[in-house]
Design a protein around this ligand. Structure first.
Ligand code: ZN
Length: 254
């Protein structure tokens, strides 16, 4: 039975049984979660966070379910995972790596960014620029994306710890993304955590899908910028942001 036929049957079953859908829960957890998200209209694209659907212990179960699926991929690639010592545990390594590392930002809730009030008489009202190293993965080819995000904000009523900027950026990056989407995601999450509408994000990254395959580029660099609030409306603020980036790059060239 193909996946879509199973899904249709389940949909029909769910309609008969109401919301409980008990039979389904006993099947694969991954199927159950996918079905639930479809039913509730929850988007679960490669760049989406689905942590609200997961409970303790679920990741281990999902890794167990993904292992035979990766074994099947290796078999389809005609790789002898019984005799090749290097390929023996690869399926499980891949499953663990996807859930715990390269796509961890899909399954983990956002980093908790305690905010400190910035409302005293001598409050900081200037620009803050944080450089965050990023590791991500393109959702088209599952190839590595590596680069740097420069996050700029004009301090509002709340300040978050400096490391939180990077934790938030990394949480957004640890998914299957497009750089354009990633840039937007970081800006939105930083804006949420700091309650500042004046946020800018500049990302520069190299893409494995352009370096390891396809055009086999050696020094291609992709740059994306998202400007919000005064960064967008005020040319001086925008210039200060990019001047700061230049200073940062002099301080630590990539
Ligand atoms: Zn790609």
């Amino acid at each position: 039975m193909t996946e879509s036929i199973i899904y249709k049957n389940l949909l029909a079953g769910a309609e008969q049984q109401g919301d409980d859908n008990k039979d389904y829960k006993e099947a694969y957890l991954g199927d159950h979660l996918r079905f639930k998200m479809k039913r509730e209209g929850k988007r679960f694209w490669a760049g989406d966070n689905i942590s609200e659907y997961l409970h303790e212990g679920d990741i281990e179960k999902l890794i167990d379910e993904a292992t035979p699926a990766f074994e099947q991929v290796l078999d389809s690639l005609l790789i002898d995972r019984e005799n090749d010592p290097n390929s023996k545990g690869t399926a499980r390594r891949l499953a663990k790596m996807y859930f715990n590392e390269i796509m961890a930002g899909r399954y983990e809730p956002g980093p908790d960014a305690t905010a400190f009030p910035n409302d005293s008489a001598d409050r900081y009202e200037g620009m803050l620029v944080v450089r965050s190293e990023l590791r991500s993965m393109c959702s088209h080819h599952h190839q590595p994306v590596s680069g740097v995000a420069y996050i700029g904000i004009i301090a509002a009523n709340k300040l978050i710890g400096l490391s939180k900027y990077t934790r938030i950026a990394q949480w957004c990056a640890r998914r299957g993304t497009l750089q354009e989407e990633l840039c937007n995601d970081i800006a939105r999450e930083i804006s949420k955590a700091t309650e500042s509408e004046n946020v800018a994000v500049y990302v520069q990254a190299v893409h494995g899908c352009c370096e390891n395959r396809g055009i086999m580029a050696h020094s291609s660099l992709t740059q994306t910028t998202v400007l919000r609030g005064t960064f967008k409306d005020d040319p001086h603020t925008k210039k200060e942001f990019f001047d700061n980036i230049k200073l940062q790059q002099e301080f630590a060239p990539r």
